[in-house]
Design a protein around this ligand. Structure first.
Ligand SMILES: Nc1ncnc2c1ncn2[C@@H]1O[C@H](COP(=O)(O)OP(=O)(O)OP(=O)(O)O)[C@@H](O)[C@H]1O
Length: 247
């Protein structure tokens, strides 16, 4: 379970996210949606303790991420698939992480297999396509067999088969009772994958609801149309006077 309470991050005089309060529950895929620059990556960085909130707080399973004894076993994250050293193979990248987190070598082989990288396990990751790097990023997130997964745009760079594979994987992980929080700008895909959605626009929460009710209540027939409406509303959410007052 991820719980954000009044989560706020300001860079200089601009709010990247402001007063976000939402809960991501286990047992279902929760989509994290917002237009470019809405604050999705900032929120994920705050959840993972990579940035400190200006105000408010966020916990994963009741504690700040950094307060967990073995964070990799608690939370698996994919933030930037290209973050792997280009000279390292998937096997060595994952082995180094496994060793530093007290995980067995067998786990490395398991996750390489699970993401379909067995044949490329000893090749340099620097030569991988973005889709292959995403698979390695997902393997890294799964390494500690965590109860909570946080994935920032895991579908980027994947082909149709890869997208279908990630969809099945996310659903399986949620079906096992895990918390799965995944950002994406691919609305059609999210409509097929997520049961619950958290929507932000301009750093503000605009919806935290079941996918079906979000669409039903919007009066539209697709998530895409509902999303455009909602995030359009978010633009008007801040009156110019208020923006001037605290920015
Ligand atoms: N380190 C930083 N310093 C200054 N401003 C930042 C920083 N990180 C993010 N921002 C700003 O905060 C806002 C939210 O950015 P963020 O990357 O979180 O959005 P996003 O929803 O992930 O967007 P995208 O989908 O384009 O990745 C943007 O206006 C961005 O320019």
């Amino acid at each position: 379970m991820i719980e954000a309470t009044n989560l706020t991050k300001r860079y200089g005089d601009r709010y990247a996210v402001e007063d976000l309060t939402f809960t991501v529950r286990p047992g279902m895929v929760t989509g994290f949606l917002g237009p470019n620059g809405a604050g999705k990556s900032t929120t994920m960085r705050l959840i993972l303790g990579l940035d400190r909130p200006t105000r408010g707080s966020v916990t994963v399973n009741g504690r700040a991420y950094a307060a967990h004894r073995t964070p990799l076993r608690e939370v698996g994250a994919l933030l930037e698939a290209r973050a792997v050293h280009p000279g390292r193979s998937p096997y060595h990248h994952l082995l180094a992480l496994a060793r530093s987190n007290g995980l067995p070598r067998s786990r490395v082989l398991d996750v390489i297999d699970a993401v379909g990288l067995t044949e490329l396990a000893r090749r340099r990751a620097g030569r991988f396509s973005l889709g292959m790097q995403q698979r390695l990023g997902i393997a890294t997130a799964l390494l500690g067999d965590p109860h909570t997964l946080i994935l920032d745009e895991p579908l980027n760079g994947l082909d149709t088969e890869g997208i279908r594979w990630v969809r099945g994987l996310l659903r399986d992980l949620a079906g096992q009772g895990r918390t799965v929080f995944v950002s994406s700008h691919l609305m059609t895909e999210m409509a097929l994958t997520a049961e619950h959605v958290v929507v932000i626009g301009k750093g503000r929460l605009v919806a935290d609801t079941g996918l079906a009710s979000l669409i039903a209540e919007s009066g539209h027939s697709s998530l895409e149309d509902a999303f455009v409406d909602l995030t359009g509303a978010a633009t008007e959410f801040r009156s110019p006077a208020r923006d001037g007052a605290d920015r």
